[in-house]
Design a protein around this ligand. Structure first.
Ligand code: SF4
Length: 390
């Protein structure tokens, strides 16, 4: 059917449709965000360390094809790269390492663990490490803080494992705090899937896999807005959880991340692109003025989020957990962060299963603070249902 002239977007009575003329150059496909200068500021890979099997894999070859001319050092095992991991000698180089180095490895142990708080299950993640550098991050605890992204290239095996696990569960028998209907699988425990997507399709493959799993849903937390994810068509089967904290805290602690207002502003776009959009209110850090600043953040959410985002949103509230080893490391590169994170008068220590000395707000302080945060939410953003608080 001919398009009526009045509908022609150029307003020129439809000549283009009649004669095939065009005064303008043919439309170019939009440039992926991952190729933009903004993306490069976060991640501009100049060296790759790779296990040979990872390099030989289809995913490894796809990643390397996008990195022409980048030098590759073969390694035996992605877990131990002496010049890269560990903290000694790397403190001054963290940001450079996180910006310019990528590790490719094979994930040998594919195991899905029960969780029950944020998600029903923790899936074997497609990466370990991060290009961002939040001062409280627990992810580098095993490799040392200078822990750039390791991408696992055996993504087909990871996806096949997750599919099998989902199918073995059958339908979810009863609603719980994770989700009323779907089994929720956290796919980003040890990294940030939005940033991984700057250099490979692992995130895209997992989003695509969950699109075909009607009893399950993927979930990942992120502090980075990657517009390329808007094209992945999750069809409601992936939950993205934008992490939020008062912007002043984030400027000091969330190093290299997208600014908090940008994360909030992205929520409607992600919902419209087919994601479920939740929020992680985390970590809650107690300091003078914290209640006022969280109240301001909730007011901002209430002011700017459209009704369709609010109707489906839910939140996790997570109080800060810190670590003595990380405290000592941070003193070497970001002592101002420790003025907020390290407060022995309010915190108590607990030895974790792996022997690390973790630091948490004392039980009574924590309970009082959680009650207060819930009160602030009820007062300023009552539509934001709390899925769990910890
Ligand atoms: S974004 Fe997440 S994984 Fe990355 S440094 Fe921050 S807390 Fe760690």
């Amino acid at each position: 059917m001919d398009r009526p002239a009045a509908e022609h977007p150029s307003g020129d009575s439809g000549q283009e449709a009649l004669f095939g003329w065009s005064d303008t150059a043919p439309a170019q496909p939009p440039q992926p965000f991952r190729d933009s200068p903004q993306a490069r500021r976060l991640l501009d890979v100049r060296e790759v360390y790779a296990e040979p099997a990872a390099l030989d894999s289809p995913r490894g070859q796809q990643i390397m094809a996008r990195l022409p001319g980048v030098s590759v050092t073969e390694i035996a095992n992605h877990w131990g790269i002496p010049s890269l991991h560990g903290n000694d000698g790397n403190i001054a180089r963290w940001v450079r390492i996180k910006n310019g180095t990528l590790v490719l490895g094979v994930k040998h142990t594919l195991r899905t663990r029960p969780n029950g708080r944020s998600a029903d299950w923790i899936a074997p993640g497609p990466s370990n490490g991060c290009a961002m550098a939040c001062a409280y991050c627990y992810v580098p605890r095993r490799k040392g803080y200078a822990n750039p992204i390791t991408l696992f290239t055996n993504i087909e095996a990871i996806v096949a494992h997750v599919r099998r696990h989902v199918r073995a569960q059958g339908p979810k028998p009863a609603p719980n705090q994770c989700d009323p209907l779907a089994w929720v699988y956290d796919i980003g425990e040890n990294g940030d899937c939005s940033v991984d997507a700057l250099v490979c399709d692992n995130t895209a493959d997992l989003v695509a896999a969950f699109r075909g799993l009607p009893t399950a849903k993927a979930s990942f937390a992120t502090k980075f807005v990657n517009p390329d994810l808007l094209a992945l068509d999750p069809q409601g089967r992936t939950r993205v959880r934008f992490s939020l904290m008062p912007p002043d805290d984030a400027r000091l602690l969330d190093i290299r991340t997208s600014p908090v207002p940008e994360r909030i502003a992205a929520a409607a776009d992600f919902l419209d692109a087919g994601y479920e959009v939740h929020f992680n209110l985390s970590p809650i850090i107690l300091r003078p003025g914290w209640q006022r600043d969280w109240a301001d953040l909730f007011t901002h959410l209430d002011d700017v989020l459209p009704a369709r985002v609010k109707e489906q949103a839910a939140a996790e509230i997570i109080m800060l957990t810190h670590n003595q080893g990380l405290h000592e490391v941070n003193l070497g590169w970001h002592p101002r962060a420790e003025e907020l994170l390290w407060q022995p008068a309010a915190q108590e220590t607990k030895r974790s299963e792996n022997g690390a000395l973790n630091v948490r707000y004392a039980r009574e302080i924590k309970q009082r603070s959680l009650t207060r945060i819930r009160e602030l939410l009820a007062a300023h953003a009552p539509w934001l249902r709390v899925r769990y608080a910890f």
